[in-house]
Ligand binder design. Structure first.
Ligand code: COA
Length: 179
């Protein structure tokens, strides 16, 4: 649906779920993604959640699968839309580590941010990231995000406390070379 130079953002399909299950059971990927402590996840549960979402009959929301040369490598989304302040949060997870550090993440973020500003009339996109996740922070900076705040030793991850960094990008600041 959204095409960059190397990255396509499209709807998630049921065929993507076996790879997603591998990603969700990779502890390094899970820890980098932040959020709740990693838990084992079965394919059956992922499929049941996918099917339940379909049977609700609602639209998929602003969630995208990330595809590179026909390969499903992860997902990204805009969520928590505030329709008064025109802002939303961004999340991304490239689950196939072979694709880390090659610019795919920043291209996906640029496409998603541009989509939010252009099609949802957002004014601001923001996110939370662990302070130790320098790969993510550098990728977000390259897309125009700046650090807006830091909650010190706020999260527990991989046996240690870490800062929670708040980053945001306003519409005029976004870098969207990907499009
Ligand atoms: C975070 C993520 C989306 C970034 O996408 P990516 O394609 O890997 O990142 P990019 O290649 O666009 O940019 C990575 C940047 O980090 C740097 N980098 C790469 N490996 C690094 C490492 N081990 N430590 C620190 N920096 C690193 C790269 O040099 C690049 O920065 P630069 O352009 O300033 O030199 C992706 O790695 C990912 O999904 N990781 C797992 C889940 C996750 O962390 N999600 C984000 C949660 S907030």
């Amino acid at each position: 649906m959204l095409k960059g130079n190397r990255v396509i953002l499209r709807a998630l399909s049921r065929d993507d779920l076996p790879r997603q299950q591998q990603f969700n059971n990779d502890i390094e990927v899970e820890l980098a993604g932040g959020g709740d402590p990693p838990l084992p996840q079965s394919l059956a549960r992922l499929q049941a959640e996918f099917d339940a979402g379909l049977s609700k009959g609602s639209r998929d929301g602003a969630s995208f699968a990330i595809e590179v040369e026909g390969v499903y490598i992860g997902g990204c989304a805009l969520f928590n839309f505030d329709h008064v302040a025109h802002r939303a949060m961004l999340g991304i997870g490239i689950g196939d580590k072979a694709y880390w550090g090659q610019g795919y993440g920043r291209e996906a973020v640029q496409l998603l941010v541009d989509y939010g500003f252009r099609h949802h009339n957002l004014h601001k996109v923001w996110l939370e990231v662990h302070g130790r996740n320098q790969r993510a922070i550098r990728a977000y900076r390259a897309c125009g995000f700046v650090e807006e705040g830091r909650l010190r030793q706020h999260v527990w991850s991989d046996g240690a406390y870490d800062d929670l960094v708040i980053m945001g990008v306003l519409r005029p600041e976004a870098r969207t070379e990907a499009r």
